[in-house]
Each structure stands twice: as C-alpha cells, then as structure tokens.
Design a protein around this ligand. Structure first.
Ligand code: NAP
Length: 561
C-alpha cells in the first residue's frame, strides 16, 4: 500500500532525503523542482516504510488506506507524475538517492579492493554499507556488539510503529550482499581493537550512534521509580541489556520530563490498551507488566511553552489519533497566547492541534496523556522510592508538585567516546569534517577513521536522515582512498574470518542472524510480527541452529576474499 503526498505538501524535499528507495520526485536536483506545485510518490516504487511520513515537516504524507475522501484525488495525482509501467516492475530497492552527488568512482588498485570496516549496524551503518556497495569490488565488514542488527530500528522505534520498522527490509537486502560480512556479538574495543580493524581494512567507519542518555541533574533522579525514557524504550523493545529494568507501574501517574518524540513514544505505550500492543513485537515481559499497570495518567512535562514543543507535527497527529490527550486550563491559555504571536506555519499547525485538545477537567474513560508546559524540574521527591516531582513554573518562584510513582527523564541522547578517537564533550560527537575524523587540537585527521549518523552529527533527525549523512561520509572516504591517503592494510582479508572467530568464538554471522530472525518470526505466529528473544543466551542458541551455508556460497565466499 503506497504512501501518498497530499495537499499540504511544502516541497522542502525532506521526504526525498528520508526515502530509502528514491521514489519521491522531482528531487531538489532535478529539472522542474523549482516550479513543481508539489512532490509526488511513485506508487510502483514505494516500499511503504513510512520514513517520508516522519521526515515531512507538515504532515502531508499518509498511507493510501488512511486518506480521507477529500484527499483521494491525490492518489491519482501522485501516480500521474510517473510514466506507466507494468505493475510488478519496481525501481531497484537499493537505488541511490538522486540529490546526493555521485561518489567518486573507486579507482582499482593492485593491492586489491577497497575494504571498509563499519562499526555498528543501525540505520547509519546500513545506509553507509548500501552506499559503499554501489561501487564494484568494494568489501565491507560490519561489526555489531549485540547478536542482532539494526540498532534503534529494532531497539528504539516504538512497537506500535511497525510500518517504520519496514525499513529493515532494505537493510536485510544490504546485509545479504555477498560483498558484506556481518559479525554480530563482537564488540570493537573489547574483542577487537581499532588497530586490528585497520590492519585488515583501509578504513574504519564508526556508526555507533549516541548510546548514552542525557541525564537530568536534579535531586532524586536515581531513586527507585526513576529511569530515563530511553531505558524504558529499550525495555519494551526487548533490548537484552534492559530486559530486567524495574519499571514502576504500580502508581496512577507517571511523569515524563521533556517533550520530544521519545517522550511521546513512551507516553503512548504506557497508555495504549495492552490488547492492541499484543499484536506488535513488544517484548513479552513489557506486555505482561503493562497488563498489570495501574497508570491512568502520563504527564509529559516541558520546561518551555507550547510553541517550543520538541515533538514533531506528524508525531503529534499520530498521538492524538491513537490516545486521549488533554491539556489543563492554564496550558490552554498558553496555547492561545502562543497562537496570537506565532507566524511560523509549522508551529501554528501544532498549536492549532493543541488548542483543540479536550480540557483535563473532562472525565477520563481510559488512561490518558496530559501535555504540560512551563514546568522546570526541581527535584524528585520520595524517601525510599519516587513519589512525585517538584517543578518550578518556568521563570517564576512558584513551585508545583505532581504525585507520581514513575518519573522518566526524556531529555535526549548523547554520544559516547570511541577509544582512540578525539571526542567533543560539549556536543557528544566525534569531531569530523564531512565524516572524516579530525582532531580539533592539532587539525589533523585520524588516519583511516570516519563517522556517520548520530556519533557524527548528534542525536537529531529521523531514520532516513542517516542516508544522506552516511552518503557524505562514504564520498569523503572514497575520495581519500583515491587520493592515496589511506594506508594499505598490513593483514590479508582472507585471514579476517579466522582472526575474528579466534577472538570471539561466539560470533554470529549473517547466516546466524537469519536463523534468529526466522525463529522470532515463527514465535510470533499468526498474530504478531515476531516475538523477540530478550536474552543474549537465547539469541545465541537460535543462531546456533543456523544451517551450514550451501557449498556454492562457501566457495563464492572464498573467491571474494
Ligand atoms: P529531543 O527532541 O531533543 O527533545 C528533548 C526534550 O528534552 C526537549 O523537550 C527539551 O526541552 C527537553 N530538555 C532538555 N534538557 C532538559 C532539562 N535539563 N530539563 C528539562 N527538559 C529538558 O530528544 P528526543 O525526544 O530524545 O529525540 C531525539 C531525536 O530522535 C529527535 O530528532 C527525534 O525527532 C528523534 N525521534 C524521532 C521519532 C519519530 O520520528 N517517531 C521517535 C523518537 C525519536 P527544550 O526544548 O526546552 O530544550
């Protein structure tokens, strides 16, 4: 079921960059873009991943099945932009994104193909691999700490946003490429060093994301009953490091501090009917806990006003469609005031939705979400566990207290230093120029070291944003390789597999991942997309059931060394 661009299209092209299959046109570099009345999705090429929906700043894109009667003419309008083609003919799914200039062609060299190690297997890593493998002869080795790939797509995207997870279909195709070797359950820094990787590759590209939470520095955070929203996200998504996280659902109210998209995700999951979640890939332990939950209100508390809300318009629209969302009278007044001042159309759209929300004084019929504004967190109260939060009304001395048994900070992610590379403490990123790691103190680049994704640019944007980000890094890397700036690896590529398995006998390769994937899908049965394994031991056991690759594939793997 393809997605459709509708009347409110703002033509800023964000969706073009987010789309993993290049099915939205005209792109900013195509003739006609400047004069186009809107952009159009090719229904034959759309893979329905929903990446464009997240990226669209004006909420103009929707799956065809959800259009209102007045929007139906846009189905035809989108399709009419493209030449007719047989219904089963698709644009190649890993086609390159048009607006990113073509990477320099890798110049073949007598010392063998360009070999790149990618650390991480989330969206930035997968898009970087996809971009590298558009070039003939390039070899990619991907290392991931967990026995399962795809980073935040698996462990971060909310379970009720299954369509967003469809981007893994693209990633599966990239991971299945013969020129890519996948080594899961291998931690660079523990089992292998940066130097080990450089000995076997011309370059190491870190796409390790921003795995730390920004911590809220107020008294009481750390008490039982407090956590970060991202920990709770990892818990309900079955991340093995967080399966045992204690999440206090035995009180009627939870408070989430911060109002970005992560806060909305958590608030939505905490208030959604567990019977609906039972049809998703939410972790079984989380589903059981949510069934027993006593929470009937989640307050999402922002320190600034409605016009500065950090959540995006599509996520607000999605939230109000899925959940009961209310504002109290004082916050309705703030919305009205902001509406009088605000001229930015995107923010006005958000404010208009907020203005229409029911008042918090209306009786609740099911668990609900209250968006609250101008509340600066002061401390979490409670002697042995959290029992509430004290805020000051921002800009005043007035103190307000909310009872709560669960207090979650949701104030953003933060990158973690990478051993051997410079680190920018202020921004939580590895300093770089177009993806090439550069030490700001000396101005020198770190030989053979590159970054992509959140560790490169900070924790902003959507899954699809990583596509152009990764492409930029790959272009830099290839240009450096062609210029002779990358040292020839000292070790042969043929030795790598043995070397990795010696260091990490429990390594899970692509065959092992496919076995884990198939086992999880089988556990899901007819009703659920999958039932995840939530312990490393169970994942390894499922991976061990992988059949030996067929002889032909083993022979081919030998030839590709
Ligand atoms: P975010 O969008 O950066 O929001 C952070 C929130 O924390 C803001 O409300 C910010 O308020 C608040 N904050 C920061 N420091 C604070 C403090 N000391 N005290 C109180 N509040 C504080 O972060 P996020 O929600 O973690 O999202 C990260 C990225 O992932 C974003 O780009 C987001 O769009 C993306 N994401 C997207 C989706 C989706 O598309 N479905 C889902 C999840 C995440 P101020 O504005 O006042 O600083």
């Amino acid at each position: 079921m393809p997605h459709v661009i509708t009347q409110s299209c703002c033509s800023d092209g964000s969706c073009v960059f987010a789309c993993p299959v290049n099915c939205i046109h005209p792109t900013p570099d195509e003739p006609g873009f400047a004069t186009a009345e809107m952009l159009y999705i090719d229904p034959a090429a759309c893979v329905d991943c929903g990446a464009c929906v997240s990226a669209c700043p004006v909420g103009a894109i929707a799956p065809e099945a959800t259009l209102t009667d007045s929007q139906l003419p846009f189905v035809e309008l989108n399709a009419a932009f493209y030449p007719p083609r047989p219904p089963d003919e698709k644009v190649p799914p890993t086609s390159k994104l048009a607006p990113v200039p073509d990477a320099p062609v890798v110049r073949s060299r007598p010392d063998g193909p360009l070999r790149v190690a990618i650390v991480g297997s989330g969206p930035a890593a997968m898009y970087a691999a996809d971009e590298l493998l558009t070039q003939r002869g390039v070899r990619v080795t991907m290392f991931e700490r967990l026995p399962t790939p795809y980073g935040l797509v698996r462990a971060g995207v909310a379970p009720d946003h299954q369509s967003t997870k469809r981007v893994t279909r693209l990633f599966d195709r990239v991971a299945a490429r013969r020129e890519l070797r996948l080594y899961l359950n291998v931690e660079v820094g523990t089992h292998l060093t940066h130097e080990d990787l450089l000995a076997h590759h011309h370059a190491v590209l870190y796409a390790v994301g921003a795995p730390n939470d920004r911590r809220l520095d107020v008294d009481g955070m750390g008490l039982p009953g407090t956590a970060t929203a991202t920990e709770v996200v990892a818990w309900y998504n079955g991340h093995p490091d967080y399966a045992a996280l204690p999440v206090a659902l035995d009180h009627r109210r939870a408070v989430v501090i911060g109002n970005g998209n992560v806060a909305l995700d958590v608030a939505r999951i905490l208030t959604t009917d567990p019977d609906r979640l039972a049809a998703t890939d939410i972790a079984d332990h989380a589903l059981a806990a949510l069934r027993a939950s006593r929470i009937d209100e989640v307050v999402v508390a922002a320190r600034r006003g409605p016009a500065q809300s950090a959540f995006t318009l599509p996520e607000l629209i999605g939230l109000t469609a899925a959940c009961d969302v209310v504002l109290d009278a004082a916050d309705h007044e703030l919305v009205r005031r902001d509406l009088c001042d605000e001229t930015d159309p995107l923010t006005r759209n958000k404010l208009e939705i907020l203005a229409k929300l029911p008042d918090a004084s209306a009786p609740a019929t099911r668990p609900r979400i209250r968006l609250a504004y101008r509340l600066t967190p002061r401390r979490v109260t409670g002697a042995t566990r959290a029992d509430g939060v004290e805020f000051t009304v921002t800009g005043t001395d007035e103190v307000r207290r909310l009872d709560a048994g669960l207090v979650l900070s949701s104030i953003g992610y933060r990158g973690r230093p990478v051993a051997g590379l410079p680190f920018d403490e202020a921004d939580g990123v590895v300093p770089n120029e177009s993806g090439r790691v550069v030490d700001p103190a000396s101005g020198r680049s770190a030989p053979g070291s590159y970054v992509a994704g959140w560790i490169k640019r900070g924790p902003t944007g959507f899954i699809g944003t990583n596509k152009s980000c990764a492409a930029q890094t790959v272009h830099t890397l290839v240009a450096d390789y062609n210029a002779g700036a990358l040292a020839v690896p000292s070790a042969g590529y043929g030795d790598l597999d043995r070397f990795v398995r010696e260091r990490r006998p429990d390594v899970v390769d692509s065959q092992g991942w496919r076995a884990v994937d198939a086992a999880e899908i089988a556990r899901g049965g007819d009703r659920r997309p999958r039932v995840k394994f939530t312990s490393v031991a169970d994942m390894l056991q499922a991976a061990a059931a992988a059949p030996e690759p067929p002889l032909a594939r083993r022979l081919l793997a030998g030839l590709l060394r």
